[in-house]
Write a protein that binds this ligand. Structure first.
Ligand SMILES: Cc1ncc(COP(=O)(O)O)c(C=O)c1O
Length: 401
């Protein structure tokens, strides 16, 4: 079936929750993807921070193939070998002592919210269930996580929202201190806000929030669904700050493209979850966790974190360079290979023009171009993308931007 017919059928049969671009991607390798008509694209989206290892990493492909021949799924009533391996690897490489597996970022955050409430009731003084979250945050689309997401546009049409959340400005430690009251059990935030526009907090902010949480005896939850798994140049973004949360959520890139989510927890806190308290049929399923073991091992062993740091700072300097040329660029920001370019105009047409030239980039918040290439991207590929962007920007100037 040709791509036009398939896209028509998609419109007919698939719920219209996505505004899709008119391309149908059928193949990927490393930093590149191809559409059904054979056109090649350099991918600076990575399935929105999922394909950190590049598309179809051979070790992930092999792990999926091998596991699919042995055992695809069994219930969590039984022990599951790759699940045990992935949990051990995650704990050995992070602050955490225990992992709860699930299938997505939203589900991992749901787990964090439930555990924070349970711990708050059982172990903290009084009736503590409220969670403080940040303006411009993004935590998912389930009812609890979209309520945790402090952006009104995601709430529209879904009221009544869940009680028990309080919103404050990001990057303001005093706002955290002032918001904590006798009902607060936790503060939840993204170390760098992804969907909210690649917003990086000032140096020392995360440490200050951790100190406030410790002082008040409440929990600190980091949502590293987008910035975890090497995206910022360290395995986890919190490592840059020399601090540790009590819980952290992961998903997206954890299994190299296979759906997975994980809630990483410190030991004392994890004890509040008893058998029967929380569950997920597919959580930690053999296929997903086998892919996860292969993905995490490749990430740690193949120099991807180093490449992310090196190419990431080169990329940032290239973007800062073109900022000087075009007055409609407001700001360039980010860390490692999550970079944002805020424009003084809408970014949607720029994305479309880049796509025509064979480059996939993303735009969030309407005017922030977001770059999330695989962590194996080279300086030469960055140069190609930046040169194409300059050309598109010159065209925009000619059209009166
Ligand atoms: C920081 C963050 N948390 C949670 C989510 C939700 O993840 P999922 O779409 O897997 O539910 C996202 C998705 O973009 C995210 O960026």
């Amino acid at each position: 079936m040709d791509s036009q017919t398939l896209m028509m059928l998609s419109e007919q049969y698939i719920a219209h929750t996505y505004a899709r671009y008119s391309i149908l991607l059928v193949r990927g390798k490393g930093t590149r993807v191809w559409d059904k008509d054979g056109k090649e694209y350099l991918d600076f989206v990575s399935g929105l921070a999922v394909c950190n290892l590049g598309h179809c990493h051979p070790k992930v492909v092999k792990a999926i193939q091998d596991q699919a021949e042995k055992l695809i799924h069994v219930s969590n009533f039984y022990y599951i070998e790759p699940q045990i391996q992935l949990a051990s690897l995650l704990c050995k490489n992070s602050f955490a002592d225990k992992v709860f597996f699930c299938n997505s970022g939203a589900e991992a955050n749901e787990g964090a919210i439930k555990l924070a409430r349970k711990f708050g009731r059982e172990k903290l003084d009084g009736e503590r269930y409220e969670i403080i979250t940040m303006e411009r945050s993004f935590h998912g689309r389930t009812l609890a996580t979209l309520t945790a997401t402090a952006q009104e546009k995601f709430h529209k049409g879904y009221s009544p929202l869940m009680p028990g959340f309080k919103y404050i400005p990001f990057d303001d430690p005093e706002a955290v201190r002032n918001a904590i009251d006798s009902k607060t059990c936790a503060v939840m935030l993204e170390p760098i806000q992804g969907e909210g526009g690649v917003n990086c907090p000032s140096e020392g902010y995360l440490k200050a929030v951790q100190e406030i949480c410790d002082e008040k005896g409440i929990l600190l939850i980091f949502d590293e669904v987008q910035v975890g798994m090497g995206r910022t140049g360290k395995l986890f973004a919190y490592e840059h700050e020399g601090i540790e949360p009590d819980m952290m959520t992961l998903a997206k890139s954890l299994a190299g493209g296979v759906p997975i989510g994980a809630l990483l927890i410190k030991k004392d806190l994890a004890e509040s979850f008893k058998p029967g308290d929380h569950a997920s049929t597919f959580g930690g399923n053999p296929l997903a966790t086998a892919a996860g073991v292969a993905a995490l091992t490749a990430l740690l062993e193949e120099g991807m974190l180093e490449n992310c740091q090196k190419v990431g700072s080169y990329f940032l300097s290239r973007l800062e360079g073109i900022k000087k040329e075009f007055s409609f660029i407001q700001e360039v920001r980010g860390k490692g290979l999550i970079l944002g370019m805020e424009l003084k105009m809408e970014g949607g047409t720029i994305v479309k023009e880049m796509m025509q030239r064979g480059f996939l980039i993303n735009c969030t918040m309407g005017n922030v171009l977001r770059f999330l290439p695989p962590l194996i991207v080279t300086k030469e590929e960055v140069d190609q993308m930046v040169e194409a962007l300059e050309e598109v920007f010159k065209g925009s100037l000619a059209h009166g931007a």
